[in-house]
Design a protein around this ligand. Sequence first.
Ligand code: 4AD
Length: 431
Amino acid sequence: MLAAPCLLRTLRCLCSSAPRPRCKGRGRLSVRDALRAQPPSGERVKVQGWIRSIRAQKEVLFLHVNDGSSLESLQVVADASFGSRDLAFGSSVEVHGQLVKSPAKKQNVELKAEHIEVVGNCDAKDNGFVHIHTPIITSNDCEGAGELFQVEPSSKMKASEGNFFNVPAFLTVSGQLHLEVMSGAFNQVFTFGPTFRAENSQSRRHLAEFYMVEAEISFIENLQDLTQIMEDLFKTSAMTVLSNCPEDVELCHKFLAPGHKDRLEHMLKSNFLIISYTEAVDILKKASQNFTFTPEWGADLQTEHEKYLVRHCGNIPVFVINYPLALKPFYMRDNEDGPQRTVAAVDLLVPGVGELFGGSLREERYHFLEQQLARSGLTEAYQWYLDLRRFGSVPHGGFGMGFERYLQCILGVDNIKDVIPFPRFTHSCLL
Ligand code: 4AD
């Protein structure tokens, strides 16, 4: 398994590599040849490749361009006026200019750009997050809740000699573990895709097939940094929807949820609150409301509790952090905080919906994770995951946001089945 993490780390260097140019046109140089130009003669050349990094100064723009012909990238120096949205990490470019001696010690040669053409822009980058397509069919149960749909060939094709994939395979309940693999190569990654849960629930906020935005961030060491990213995602996405499709939002607010516009504005203007799970249970115990489920330290928060907490906090979204270890999956980071042991988990509760985001710091310490896996009876199946902690483990964390619940929250739609064209839930899979 050593190969996988190493390979992934290598990906970081090579991911933007391209096939070498098969034939060179006039003046066209590979990055490798450009770097070898001795001495740089000031000749006019054309270099094609992918932007590996970009740094803008007041008057100058520094790009590092690589075409896969060399591990080292070629520094391109351009007038700041070249700067455009499309000149971004991952974009493919064709740079025309002169090869000159670099004043910097790090490299001998640099390319003084006279013209830069963006061949293909790269929309895979959003605030530095790299988009990963995580698989829909997987052999893991990330959340450990056993709410899995198993994937098998239809009966006609059923192989008599066991599983199609040799191991039991399921529709994904979360792309998190795959993101964690990729976060060993790219330090901020995200995925957005369908997610499946065989939850036997007929509620207004559960689907058997829903979409989830998930992010994973390396080198993050505390929950506050994670909550800040979650809050930013909530607010910037809402602002984008409000400014790009005001008529649609207004229609919902007018006919489905009168008064929701003000409630949403209130959320967007306020700083989200943070309370601990222990504080949350204390608030619930003191509540005058009679709950169906009696609040107790060590028990899961139910929807009625979550909604109460949000009302108690003035209808501002509230992060609840540090849940009991026994309630949460094996991958969450142990807070090592005594008999009432908690993990660095976080849920964001929002008005009307309850839980919208779920996330945590991940257990990056080998021995802690080993113990957690043993406790959950997963040691054998998750050796590959444990290996990620053996080879260059870093503190990291991430979260998932249910997309349909997000729509419910910003549009004021009461039932999750009304924000998706083809809702799938227990006893219903029309079309
Ligand atoms: O809290 P959850 O289960 O977290 C995870 O799956 C983590 N592995 C995510 C991560 O850290 N990368 O689910 C995340 C969110 C919930 O907060 C909720 O909004 C949504 O997914 N969700 C559902 N939405 C609709 N129907 C369901 N059955 C849902 N289950 C979860």
